[in-house]
Design a protein around this ligand. Structure first.
Ligand SMILES: NC(=O)c1ccc[n+]([C@@H]2O[C@H](COP(=O)([O-])OP(=O)(O)OC[C@H]3O[C@@H](n4cnc5c(N)ncnc54)[C@H](OP(=O)(O)O)[C@@H]3O)[C@@H](O)[C@H]2O)c1
Length: 303
């Protein structure tokens, strides 16, 4: 069976994805900065700061999935943090490309994460699709450069897929865990105007999309990985409270409070547009969780 090397596989998406890939019969290994990240997946080491990759990782690969990157929503975007966010995605991708070129290894496809932040932190009526240009804001620029670095593989003749991911909903961790805290405490409310859209995706669908990107050799270029349903922040928080059987009557958290709490990063919480899933659907992908209520019920089955 084919070997899949996953950079940043120790993270939220990588852990779930590797379980799915193993279940489907793939040999999975992580490319990690940590020789012992726990779990039962073999690990190859890399040290992007020292331009070092275990050469066996490259020679073993039939597919490379590039998920590595500093958490975008983990800390305030100081100048130093912005450099880390950018370099941990782009320099790592360049390192992979250079090592693949040096070794002369041919593999079947390079699949890179990207984000719907490509289109910018804006709230409009527009529905963004893959042909829309990148935004000039910080995350838009990160995604643009991230994708350009991935496209070097494409130019060298390797099939390349870029998964522009929405907010990933999982049962544990990630954005949903943070959104759930006030709701569980009985303080569920919208953020800012509440009119900004939340382009979301259930982790199961996201893993299936990566699997499809491996198996379907007609997939190439960028795909928005978001559920087809368009839902505002207020609607989302209201459904979350309903699924958790908690009240939803508190006034929205004002934008200025969000700005004090999160600084510039508040932009991605206070803004959001509709993102089209049409290209993925046209490619034959059938969503398991197209609507948020069923997605949340699946993630919180005890309710
Ligand atoms: N989760 C979401 O809602 C979401 C939405 C849109 C896009 N994405 C993108 O999808 C990718 C995976 O997301 P995730 O939620 O699984 O991320 P995550 O949980 O933060 O994991 C990312 C992994 O990247 C590696 N990493 C972190 N900092 C690094 C650095 N400075 N240099 C090299 N590697 C580094 C780490 O692996 P090691 O410690 O093992 O090296 C970490 O486990 C990310 O690039 C993210 O931006 C995620």
């Amino acid at each position: 069976m084919d070997n899949v090397i996953v950079t940043g596989g120790t993270g939220l998406i990588g852990r779930q994805l590797s379980k799915k890939l193993k279940k489907k019969g793939y040999n999975v290994a992580f490319l990690s900065r940590n020789s012992n990240p726990g779990g039962d997946i073999p690990v190859y080491l890399w040290d992007p700061d020292k331009n070092m990759i275990d050469p066996e990782a490259i020679s073993a690969a039939d597919y490379i999935i590039h998920l590595a990157g500093e958490g975008i929503g983990d800390k305030r975007w100081t100048k130093k943090r912005r450099v880390l966010i950018l370099n941990s995605r782009i320099k790592t991708c360049e390192l992979l490309f250079n090592k693949v070129q040096e070794s002369g290894t041919k593999f079947k496809a390079f699949i890179s994460a990207s984000g719907i932040g490509y289109y910018g932190a804006v709230t409009t009526d527009k529905i963004f699709s893959e042909t829309d240009p990148p935004s000039g804001d910080f995350i838009g620029e990160v995604c643009r450069q991230w994708e350009i670095s991935a496209e070097r593989f494409e130019k060298s003749g390797i099939r390349t897929v870029k998964i522009r991911t929405g907010i990933v909903l999982t049962g544990k961790g990630g954005a949903l865990a943070r959104m759930t805290i006030p709701v569980k405490l009985g303080f569920g409310s919208a953020l800012g105007s509440g009119r900004q859209f939340i382009p979301w995706i259930h982790i199961e669908d996201l893993c299936n999309i990566y699997l499809k990107a491996i198996r379907d050799s007609s997939m190439t270029g960028a795909y928005n990985a978001v559920a087809p349903e368009h839902i505002t922040n207020r609607e989302f928080m209201c459904i979350l409270a309903k699924v958790l059987e908690k009240p939803f009557f508190f006034p929205a958290v004002p934008s200025f409070v969000m700005k004090i709490l999160f600084g510039k990063m508040s932009e991605i919480l206070l803004n959001g547009s509709r993102i089209s899933a049409c290209k993925l659907i046209s490619a034959g992908y059938l969503f398991e969780f197209p609507d948020v209520e069923n997605a949340l019920k699946n993630l919180f089955p005890e309710k």
